[in-house]
Design a binder for this molecule. Structure first.
Ligand code: PBG
Length: 335
C-alpha cells in the first residue's frame, strides 16, 4: 500500500510548498489573477484641433492624432461601443494668446467639442475635460502670468472656475483640473455648485509631477512652452508633498484624485491608495506611450505584452482608473 500520509516535518522532502502548481495552465492562472485591466476602468485622452478637416498624426506618438470634430465624434462613439469609462478631451485653438482667452470663449474649440461628443454619446460614455490653460496660452504655461513672468496663482483660479462651468454647460460629466494651482479644486467646486452643476464630478490631478515624460504632449497640443513647470508641478524627489496635495484636494471637494505620470510614480500611486478612500486614477502619459511604441517599432519589445504589463502594473499599484492612449485598443482586445 502506498503511504499517502503527509511527510513528517522537519525532514519533509523539499520543496513542500510548490507555488508553480497554480501557474501551470492559462485557466488556473486566470482564476488566481489578482489584477485585471477592465475596459470599464479605462479613459482615452483625445486631442481635438480647431480648423482640422482630417485627423493629423502626432509624430512623437505614433497611432495618436489631433482629431477633427468629425473624427473625434466617431472615436467617442467607438469608445462607448468598446465599453470604456470615458474620453478626456484636450482642445487646441487656432489662435493662442497670453491669457488663453479661447479657453473662456463659449464657442472655443474645447466647448464646441464637448457639446459634439456629449450629443454623440449621451450618458453611454463619460465625457471629461482638461481644465487648464496651457493648450490655450501662447507661452504654454498652465496659467496667466504676472508682469514678472511668474504664473499668477489666484488670477488663474478665476479662469479655471469659469472654464469648468463652461465645460459643465457644454455637457462634461467630469472636469479634470490639471494646472496644479493652489486652491483650484475648491474654486471649481464652488463655481460649479453656484452655477447649478452640483452633480459634475471633479477628477483632480492631485499629485502631478514636473516630468520629462510629458515631452510628446507638447507636440500633441502645439505647445511652445517657454521655461518649465517646476514652480507649480511637483518635484520628482517628493512623496510626502504628494500626500499633502491629495489631502488638500480631498478637503476642497475632489471626487477622484489622480497621480501623474504613472510608471515612474507607481510608489506614489500605492501611497495615494493607502491615504485616501476616494477612487484613485493614474495617467499613463505621452512619454510612457512613446517609449513603448518606439521600442516596439524597432522590434526591441513585444508591443502587446508590454502594453498589457504596463497597464497591469498601474492597476496593481492601486489605481482604480487608468487614463491611457491605448484604452480603445486594449478594450477591444479584451472583448
Ligand atoms: C496640462 C496637461 C498636461 C498633460 C495633461 N494635462 C501637460 C503638462 O502638464 O505639462 C500631459 C499628458 C501627457 O503627457 O500625456 N494641461
Amino acid at each position: 500500500m502506498t503511504d499517502f500520509s503527509p511527510a513528517p516535518f522537519p525532514g519533509a522532502p523539499f520543496p513542500t510548498s510548490r507555488p508553480r502548481r497554480l501557474r501551470s495552465s492559462p485557466v488556473l492562472r486566470a482564476m488566481v489573477a489578482e489584477t485585471a485591466v477592465e475596459p470599464r476602468r479605462l479613459i482615452l485622452p483625445a486631442f481635438v484641433a480647431e480648423g482640422l478637416t482630417e485627423p493629423k498624426p502626432i509624430t512623437s506618438m505614433p497611432g495618436v492624432v489631433q482629431h477633427s470634430l468629425d473624427s473625434l465624434r466617431r472615436t467617442a462613439a467607438e469608445c462607448a461601443e468598446a465599453g470604456l469609462a470615458g474620453i478626456m478631451l484636450f482642445g487646441l485653438p487656432e489662435h493662442k494668446d497670453a491669457t488663453g482667452s479661447q479657453a473662456l470663449a463659449p464657442d472655443g474649440i474645447l466647448n464646441v467639442a464637448l457639446r459634439a461628443v456629449r450629443e454623440e454619446v449621451g450618458d453611454d460614455l463619460l465625457v471629461m475635460s482638461d481644465v487648464c490653460l496651457d493648450e490655450f496660452t501662447d507661452h504654454g504655461h498652465c496659467g496667466v502670468l504676472t508682469a514678472d513672468g511668474v504664473v499668477d496663482n489666484d488670477a488663474t483660479l478665476q479662469a479655471y472656475a469659469e472654464m469648468a462651468v463652461l465645460h459643465a454647460e457644454a455637457g462634461a460629466h467630469v472636469v479634470g483640473p490639471s494646472g496644479m494651482m493652489d486652491g483650484q479644486v475648491g474654486v471649481i467646486r464652488s463655481a460649479l455648485d453656484a452655477a447649478g452643476h452640483a452633480e459634475t464630478v471633479i477628477m483632480a490631478y492631485a499629485a502631478k509631477y514636473a516630468s520629462a515624460f510629458y515631452g510628446p504632449f507638447r507636440e500633441a497640443v502645439n505647445s511652445s512652452l517657454v521655461g518649465d513647470r517646476r514652480t507649480y508641478q511637483q518635484d520628482p524627489a517628493n512623496t510626502r508633498d504628494a500626500l499633502r496635495e491629495i489631502a488638500l484636494d480631498v478637503a476642497e471637494g475632489a471626487d477622484i484624485i489622480m497621480v501623474k505620470p504613472a510608471l515612474a510614480y507607481l510608489d506614489v500611486i500605492a501611497a495615494a491608495r493607502a491615504h485616501t478612500d476616494l477612487p484613485v486614477a493614474a495617467y499613463n502619459i505621452s512619454g510612457e506611450y512613446a517609449m513603448v511604441e518606439a521600442a516596439a517599432a524597432n522590434g526591441w519589445l513585444d508591443r502587446e505584452r508590454t502594453i498589457d504589463e504596463t497597464l497591469t502594473s498601474i492597476r496593481r499599484a492601486g489605481a482604480d482608473i487608468v487614463l491611457t492612449y491605448w484604452a480603445l485598443e486594449v478594450a477591444r482586445r479584451a472583448m
